[in-house]
Design a protein around this ligand. Sequence first.
Ligand SMILES: NC(=O)c1ccc[n+]([C@@H]2O[C@H](COP(=O)([O-])OP(=O)(O)OC[C@H]3O[C@@H](n4cnc5c(N)ncnc54)[C@H](O)[C@@H]3O)[C@@H](O)[C@H]2O)c1
Length: 259
Amino acid sequence: MQLDLANKTALVTGGSRGIGLAVVRVLASAGAHVWIIDRDEPEDPQASARFVRGEVSDRASLETAFAQCGPIDIVVANAGIARHAPFTETDDTIWRDVLTTNLTGAFLTVQLAAREMKRRRAGSIVITASTNSYDGEADLTAYNVTKAGLLGLLHTAANELGPFGIRVNAVCPGFIRTRLTADGFANPDIVREYFRQIPLGRGGEPEEIANAVAFLASGMASYITGAALVVDGGQMATKFGTWNESSAQFNIDHWTLKE
Ligand SMILES: NC(=O)c1ccc[n+]([C@@H]2O[C@H](COP(=O)([O-])OP(=O)(O)OC[C@H]3O[C@@H](n4cnc5c(N)ncnc54)[C@H](O)[C@@H]3O)[C@@H](O)[C@H]2O)c1
């Protein structure tokens, strides 16, 4: 079976760059008509998608943007931000900004999608959660709280919307090369130590998340709902990491076994 989204319309929040833009490209290449809702212009003006400016944490802004897109078969609630601060230094601004974008934004996106899809008794929704939905990575309190909260949104929406023929799933990316993680990827020491913990020995590319999103969004996942698919090179499967110098070497951006 091939990934075929011909005659499907898709909407991707946060589709102007990073993982969202990769999702836009994969969905479009499978034949879907794609809309981007983002607060910023698309990084790639050639992306095969129509752009509507919208702020996901603002109901009125999002409703206006959805109204421009018309009936939608696939909605990807992807827009998100991260702000680093130690737990005791996480101030009200960080807490509010991260919660309103990541949690309120996804709630509003899924709710507006569901209201419209319920009328047609069909639809597929994919939420971008994170491996941080499950762990407590330091200095990311607000972010971790939102990504854990998205699992509650996922489970409840899947439960309530299943009877209407609407599937709701999530992807949980690990460490993926985007603007969000640019500082980490640019630091060779961070990369070397981080990638020790990843069985596949490297970070992920946005396209590798987009492929998982497209699968979950498509008819190939017709019996999957309420699922959170971890796409992290195996990181969450390890306890004490995978790679060390006794059997492996680090080359620029990945670990490989010695000959
Ligand atoms: N990069 C990673 O390693 C990683 C890992 C796990 C989860 N994620 C999640 O993937 C999603 C995409 O992240 P990314 O790495 O591509 O980041 P990114 O910064 O490259 O892209 C995020 C996009 O979302 C848009 N956006 C942010 N806040 C918005 C708002 N309030 N309203 C409308 N648009 C908004 C931005 O303008 C941008 O286009 C996020 O939900 C993030 O938490 C990323």
